[in-house]
Design a protein around this ligand. Structure first.
Ligand code: ATP
Ligand code: MG
Length: 562
């Protein structure tokens, strides 16, 4: 969390609700949970919910549980359980206790019998189609099921036989007896149990009836003593049902509070989108550095701190809106600017030869690791007569404001000398293949007595000492604000950025030779990079986390002007 968000004075509506209930004595503490369905990998939206639930518990000295909402046996897998736990830990949180909604199946079953006995639930024989017809619409009330007035005894008998496997899948359901004319569709006798023969990842074949989400969620919260059940806006209409179940069962009654889902421009977090990206090979997997999953951001090089501080900064909202992706990108820039050591790397090299440099001489020059952090110390960089600089930092002819190197011009080489370009060597096609310069011996960085002022400073590496590496230049996967909006006949994949990955060969200074997988650095003047797990003893692989500046913002601004 950033300082500003920790010191923030005004409280958001969730915190206000919490304060209210603590003050009134309704609850004695802040007990929250994060309740993922183990049917996929966590994405950046889930990070928002994780930070909120774990964060509130932390700031109030409460607890936060991890509960897998595993009521849907056909879609859930153990693989997801593992990955979700790993991702939460990576984000920097640890649950106070771990639960599975399926652990409550027995208790839920007993509670269902209680509601039946008290006349609050009945077994309904309508099939799915009929049930839909009876439910009515948003404008028309529903009709009572012909099975609604069965006696508690008959209902209990039928329900037990449902459990014992006497009926085919889908032929009967247990429904709560509420109000078929309610303006809230969720209260029109919602289904509590359906018959479904499916093997569950934890309870195996013990059950052939499974509880619905609504019948499970609030009761699971209640069993765990949760006080604030925080969920996203689409459950606002489910709150009356959440409350109804707790009241009818007369059990501990948590408070459900809804907030708006995190939506970020240029991203598609929905499962169906992400599955298609992976399955059809638009990305290399769930941890592709361009993916919106937590593992994607992790491999891309994002830090847990940057994601946490982003979540704190965007805050919680009551209404849906879209957050600009640059805010997430700025968050990682801001963190890495503070912690990442500076290194020099040349990604599109052209040779620069210093013609007055003594043959064979190598100097070790001192360079500061991080100008903003004195503790980061210094390192030595070898300087020689044969360097690589960035092709883009040289122009044979250049406009007046081009403060890099041009023919008959001068530039400072960072942690080196001022050089003056006097000539170039070209290939047959007229491309510059070598830049010839002289250096000014009095202009050494740190002990400059030349008295000269040059406008530009560029980075470089010594050709003989640099290491060749693979650099993966990642960019945004989608080029538009909302990739789900498409023209007729198109799908979201038509918005994919064809240049979201470019692979180049780069040259890095020797201080990076021993950089290990996961190390993050700033390539001076270029951006932030991380050593990827694909690195081998022969060749390091660097991922671009984010460029130093937001180039997209500029491109978009230009586009809007014209
Ligand atoms: P998706 O379909 O995108 O995976 P989901 O809501 O089905 O999302 P769950 O596993 O049910 O995923 O979500 C676990 C928790 O994370 C829930 O409390 C849910 O409200 C929350 N959550 C999911 N997406 C977001 C989001 N974009 N912003 C904030 N919270 C979210
Ligand atoms: Mg879900």
């Amino acid at each position: 969390m950033t300082e500003s968000s920790e010191q923030r004075e005004s409280k958001n509506f969730v915190e206000q609700a919490i304060d209210e209930d603590l003050k009134s004595g309704r609850f004695s503490g802040v007990f929250t949970r994060f309740p993922p369905e183990p049917n996929g990998y966590l994405h950046i939206g889930h990070a928002k919910s994780i930070c909120l639930n774990f964060g509130l518990a932390r700031t109030h000295d409460g607890t936060c549980n991890l509960r897998f909402d595993d009521t849907n046996p056909t879609k859930e897998e153990t693989e997801y359980v593992e990955s979700i736990m790993e991702d939460i830990r990576w984000l920097g949180f640890e649950w106070d206790s771990l639960h599975f909604a399926s652990d409550y199946f027995d208790q839920l079953y007993q509670w269902a019998e209680k509601l039946i006995e008290e006349g609050h639930a009945y077994v309904c024989d309508l099939n799915a189609d009929e049930t839909r017809q009876y439910r009515g619409t948003l404008t028309a009330p529903g009709r009572d099921s012909p099975y609604r007035d069965r006696s508690p005894e008959e209902n209990l008998d039928l329900f037990r036989r449902m459990r014992d496997g006497e009926f085919e899948d889908g032929t009967r359901a247990l429904r709560a007896k509420i109000d078929m004319a309610s303006p809230n569709m969720n209260l029109r006798d919602p289904v509590m149990y359906r018959i479904l023969r499916a093997t569950h990842h934890r309870t195996g074949d013990k059950w052939c009836i499974y509880p619905t989400y609504d019948w499970t969620h609030g009761q699971s919260d209640s069993i765990e003593g949760i006080t604030f059940s925080i969920c996203t806006l689409e459950f606002e209409n489910h709150r009356p049902l959440y409350d109804w179940y707790c009241e009818k069962l007369d059990i501990h009654h948590p408070r459900q509070i809804e907030f708006a889902k995190l939506k970020l421009s240029t991203l598609l977090m929905g499962k169906r989108y992400m599955i298609r990206l992976v399955k059809e090979g638009f990305v290399t997997g769930w941890d592709d550095p361009r993916m919106f999953t937590i593992r994607g951001y992790r491999r891309r090089g994002y830090t847990p701190e940057s994601i946490r501080s982003f979540c704190a900064d965007v805050g919680v909202a009551k209404f849906n809106s879209t957050i600009e992706i640059v805010r997430l990108e700025n968050s990682i820039r801001e963190h890495l600017n503070r912690i990442a050591p500076r290194r020099m790397a040349v990604l599109d090299p052209v040779k620069l030869t210093i013609t007055n440099w003594p043959e064979g001489r190598v100097e070790l020059n001192e360079a500061i690791n991080n100008p903003g952090d004195a503790d980061a110390g210094k390192r030595e960089i070898p300087f020689s007569g044969q360097l690589f600089i960035e092709r883009d930092d040289f122009r044979e002819e250049a406009p007046r404001k081009f403060f890099r190197l041009k023919k008959d011009g001068a530039v400072r080489l960072r942690a080196g000398y001022i050089v003056d370009c006097h000539d170039v060597i070209k290939d047959d096609e007229g491309n510059v293949i070598e830049i010839l310069c002289t250096y000014d011996p009095d202009s050494k960085s740190g002990s400059d007595t030349s008295g000269r002022k040059v406008k530009g400073t560029i980075h470089w590496v010594s050709a003989e000492h640099a290491t060749e590496v693979e650099v993966r230049l990642y960019d945004r996967l989608f080029m538009v604000d909302d990739p789900s909006v498409v023209e007729e006949g198109q799908t979201f994949v038509d918005h994919l950025n064809p240049d979201s990955l470019q692979v180049v060969t780069g040259y890095v200074e020797p201080a990076l030779a021993k950089a290990e997988v996961g190390e993050r650095v700033q390539f001076e003047r270029l951006g932030y990079y991380i050593v990827d797990e694909d690195s081998t003893a022969e060749k390091q692989v660097f991922n671009r986390i984010v460029p130093l500046r937001d180039t997209w913002g500029k491109i978009e601004a230009k586009g809007k002007k014209s």
